[in-house]
Design a protein around this ligand. Structure first.
Ligand code: HEC
Ligand code: HEC
Ligand code: HEC
Ligand code: HEC
Length: 371
């Protein structure tokens, strides 16, 4: 008989697959609109455009990236934000889960989640890694190599991942023809290169974009394109993509090249979007938190005081039929937060602050642990 952990390892993915949670489709164009109609833009600028009361949400700061980061930072800042809204006569937005998903996409497109690159270093790397041999900024320097000013992939990180997958085989051959040694990339190097290329006036028209699908169909693409051929067992991607940005994944696509004996199957933009919505965005639906740790957070941050006993008009948690994710918790915060804050004030409680994003991931795992 197999030992218990092995049986669980076989059963768990099956039960998880029995009722997979789908990702809510988000779109940065819709998100940008919500950012305006819900008046976020009156206080927050994104990449310089907008109000100056709150922080510029597109400014590149070194954040410890994790999917729970946006939810936790919004939660912590919410009361200050709401009172600023009160003063400015702005009604608190009632974000639906769909609008939260769109806002999330907008934040991604504004590179809120990306690590900042160093343009100076990026310029050197772009030359040092021979990229500039073939790619001019406005002119092609080798057959078929698009000039940087035409790179759609500079605007949309999903397309970057796609190009890095589709083109590396041909690029590697082009390297060989020119007797250039194939060079692997690190995340820092690509981040610097992107920081450099995006800082150029010639690429200013490539405004950031991001969108995702439900991810349904992603698994089928994973099989059909041969990823599943290598990525099973120890190489299974199920939990490997946690806390990775799409730039990190683009680097991994590039670094695959030497492993590919022949041209791998190409992916269309839509296929890659579907695949990443399935593979990578799963971490937003299943944030990988720890249930026991989440229960501790629930008690330590006073949530239990109202939600466990159903006191102060609070719905019992956990136990709601709805499942929370990194995205829907943001919607819950905006919809129910102001009322929660009033109740807390009435009972002399301070607004709970999370000390890090992991606490939110753990909390979500706990909230979802009981149907
Ligand atoms: C009336 C002004 C105002 C409006 C409108 C506003 N905010 Fe804020 N926001 C602030 C202030 C002020 C802070 C900083 C709070 C603090 O320092 O505790 C903040 C903080 C934040 C943060 C945390 C930033 C970080 O990196 O730590 C996020 C995210 C955010 N707001 C998102 C939004 C979104 C999304 C909207 C629209 C739905 C919005 N804000 C509307 C004033 C506002
Ligand atoms: C030997 C020539 C050569 C070198 C060196 C080279 N590339 Fe390319 N690159 C190409 C060609 C050719 C294509 C188009 C491939 C195709 O369409 O299948 C391309 C396409 C791309 C694209 C897709 C652009 C878009 O959105 O359409 C990106 C991104 C890219 N290269 C990045 C890089 C980076 C980063 C480096 C350096 C680490 C690099 N390339 C080095 C030849 C090269
Ligand atoms: C020929 C075998 C092979 C194929 C086919 C393949 N990969 Fe990989 N992939 C690898 C290997 C080997 C690694 C390196 C794993 C490591 O470093 O531990 C890797 C790494 C990765 C990583 C980084 C994982 C991490 O832990 O950082 C991602 C993401 C990835 N592959 C995605 C894909 C996708 C998506 C496809 C299909 C479009 C694919 N791979 C097809 C062999 C393959
Ligand atoms: C002072 C009592 C109180 C405390 C403490 C409190 N809440 Fe609430 N919570 C409420 C009330 C009341 C509502 C319902 C608000 C409404 O109807 O808009 C609510 C609603 C919610 C909802 C939305 C439920 C739904 O219907 O989807 C979530 C999620 C939530 N709270 C999470 C938390 C978390 C996490 C904490 C701790 C960090 C917390 N609450 C602490 C009183 C509280």
């Amino acid at each position: 008989m197999k030992p218990l952990p092995t049986i669980l390892a076989i059963l768990l993915p099956l039960t998880a697959r029995a009722a997979p949670l789908l990702v809510i489709p988000g779109n940065s164009v819709r998100g940008a609109r919500i950012f305006e109609t819900e008046q976020c833009i009156r206080c927050h600028a994104v990449n310089g455009r907008g109000g100056k009361v709150g922080v510029d949400l597109g400014r590149a700061v070194p954040r410890h990236y994790s999917p729970a980061y946006l939810a936790s930072t919004m939660w912590n800042h919410a009361p200050v934000m709401w009172s600023a809204m009160d003063k400015a006569g702005i009604e608190t937005p009632q974000l639906t889960p769909e609008s939260a998903a769109d806002l999330f996409a907008y934040f991604y497109s504004a590179r809120f989640f990306e690590k900042p690159g160093d343009p100076e270093r990026g310029k050197q790397t772009f030359e040092g890694k021979h990229c500039s041999v073939c790619h001019g900024i406005t002119e092609s320097r080798a057959e078929g190599a698009p000039p940087v000013a035409k790179w759609e992939s500079l605007a949309d990180p999903v397309l970057l991942v796609r190009q890095m997958w589709n083109h590396t085989y041909r690029m590697r051959q082009a390297f060989q023809r020119r007797h250039l040694e194939w060079l692997s990339l690190t995340s820092e190097e690509l981040t610097d290169i992107l920081g450099y290329l995006r800082s150029l006036p010639e690429t200013a028209h490539l405004a950031g974009r991001f969108s995702n699908t439900t991810g349904q169909g992603g698994e089928q693409i994973f099989q059909a394109k041969g990823c599943a051929h290598c990525h099973t067992g120890a190489l299974a991607l199920d939990d490997r993509l946690h806390n990775m940005t799409l730039t990190d994944i683009a680097v991994d696509m590039w670094n695959h090249a030497p492993r590919m004996a022949e041209q791998p199957p190409l992916l269309t933009a839509e296929e890659m979007r579907q695949l990443l919505s399935f593979l990578w965005m799963r971490q937003f639906v299943y944030p990988g938190g720890d249930i026991a740790a989440g229960k501790k957070v629930f008690v330590a941050r006073n949530c239990a005081q109202c939600h466990m006993s159903g006191r102060n008009g609070a719905p019992p948690l956990p136990g709601q039929a709805r499942k929370y994710s990194e995205v829907t918790i943001i919607s819950a915060l905006w919809r129910h937060g102001p009322q929660m804050l009033r109740r807390m004030n009435q009972s002399g409680m301070a607004w709970p602050q999370f000390s890090n994003a992991q606490e939110v991931a753990d909390l979500i795992a706990y909230l979802n642990s009981i149907q």
